[in-house]
Design a binder for this molecule. Structure first.
Ligand SMILES: [Zn+2]
Length: 437
């Protein structure tokens, strides 16, 4: 049952001071829980010369060691779990680019907390009992599917668990079932738009009201594109399996930053190179400590995601701080001729140029000692005149805008619509050939 017609739970609007009291109590619990039940943490704490008794204030967090993705992999499958296997009611995995997956687990209470966090997010963007929620992400080991599925169900919306793939069928479901809300990656939503148009359906006719988009970084210009095409409001979703899954942070009606639920997670931003804590407003790597997880109490988990804390008051009335939409991944950050480049910056430039289609690819090569960055861009059919001078003018325009944004010279290659590979899950837009040498 919702708290009222605007908030799913009353914790969303508790005064910050009260939230911090809850945080401190839970923080001390989770540190003790990890230390008592996970030999890995007992060893790590000893090596760092800290003990749970040293943890008295929230500031003491900085004394504790980090946990990394490698720690999870090295302790595959259940080595970091703090409860015996019979207490687990579900596991998920999170795939990486190489090696063993990371395994995450849940007790019954963990699942209950997670469902409510997802429900908070969906209720925040206006999902209600009357809505039809089409969940177009993978339902298997990936947390995005079941996480949002149960969140929407808890609110009482009708859930269409259509998963990924078969885009024409997805569009038919939307039209026939009266879908009002969708959840998928932003690149898949752009693909749906293309397929709908190919079926001679105006995406606006579908009648979507709410779009929840996550699992890959996207830009303001993509938001505008999605909102204009479907006539919906597009919201950014953030989560990761190691922190339950989706439901860690989500945009509210302001669409300016994502509220992080700090009664369940402590947020820190650190320098990705040195691990030194940074202050509000400074860009760095997001580090999260879950406060209520029984099965997998990860202390100071390095997410690898780059963002910053926006400590503004929010007009929606929620008292939880906001983080900026993810700017990129610490590991995706490409260093080209000594300059840090995030693929999201390139996307932002491309999506703001009307002639550019929805697909692009970034290829990085090395010629001798020099890195070369080539951006391959699909041009919309209506702008593909075949006139060489038009093509050259557009190419130059894209190159100039990219130079302004990145501070780098790039090669721009224009290709016809339909040339580049399409993705139904997370898009792989960057090909770094330097790594393959
Ligand atoms: Zn808000």
């Amino acid at each position: 049952m919702p708290y009222d017609d605007k908030y799913w739970q009353k914790e969303e609007i508790l005064p910050r001071k009260e939230l911090e009291e809850i945080q401190l109590k839970r923080f001390r619990w989770v540190v003790r829980h990890a230390y008592d039940n996970v030999p890995f943490y007992r060893r790590r704490f000893r090596e760092a010369g800290v003990h749970p008794d040293d943890v008295r204030r929230l500031e003491d967090l900085a004394k504790l060691p980090f946990t990394t993705k490698e720690d999870l992999r090295e302790n595959y499958p259940f080595g970091l779990f703090a409860v015996p296997k019979e207490k687990l009611v579900r596991v998920h995995t999170s795939s990486g680019t190489s090696g063993k997956p990371k395994v995450v687990g849940y007790t019954a209470r963990d699942l209950e907390n997670w469902v409510n966090l997802c429900a908070r997010c969906l209720y925040m963007v206006g999902l209600r009992e009357k809505d039809v929620f089409q969940n177009m992400v993978s339902y298997t080991m990936f947390t995005g599917g079941l996480g949002m599925h149960y969140g929407a169900e808890r609110i009482g919306a009708m859930v269409v668990p259509s998963g990924t793939g078969n885009t024409k069928r997805q569009i038919e479901y939307m039209l026939d079932f009266g879908t009002t809300a969708i959840h998928c990656t932003p690149s898949y939503a752009l693909h749906i738009k293309e397929v709908a148009e190919g079926m001679e359906i105006d995406p606006k006719e579908i009648g979507l009201r709410i779009g929840c988009f996550g699992a890959e970084p996207w830009s303001e210009s993509t938001r505008k594109k999605l909102e204009d095409a479907f006539g919906l409001k597009a919201f950014d979703s953030y989560g990761l399996s190691e922190m339950n899954g989706p439901g860690v942070a989500f945009e509210c009606e302001e669409q300016n930053g994502l509220h992080v639920w700090i009664d369940h997670y402590i947020v820190e931003i650190v320098d990705p190179e040195t691990g030194e804590p940074l202050s509000d407003g400074e860009k760095g790597e997001l580090v999260l400590t879950p406060l209520t997880k029984e099965a997998l109490p990860l202390i100071r988990y390095r997410t690898g995601d780059i963002t910053f804390v926006m400590d503004d008051e929010c007009s929606c009335g929620r008292t939880h701080p906001k983080i900026h939409r993810i700017l990129g991944r610490a590991d995706d950050m490409i260093i080209v001729r000594g300059i840090n480049v995030f693929p999201s910056q390139i996307e932002h430039v491309l999506m703001s140029i009307p002639e550019v289609g929805d697909n692009y690819q970034v290829v990085i090569t090395r010629k001798g000692a020099l890195d070369e960055i080539t951006v391959r861009v699909e041009v919309k059919d209506e702008f593909f005149t075949g006139e060489l001078s038009d093509i050259e003018r557009l190419r130059k325009k894209i190159q100039d805008r990219l130079r302004e944004e990145l501070g780098l010279r790039t090669n721009v290659e224009l290709v016809e619509k339909g040339t580049l590979e399409r993705f139904e899950g997370k898009a792989r837009r960057v090909v770094d050939m330097r790594k393959e040498l």
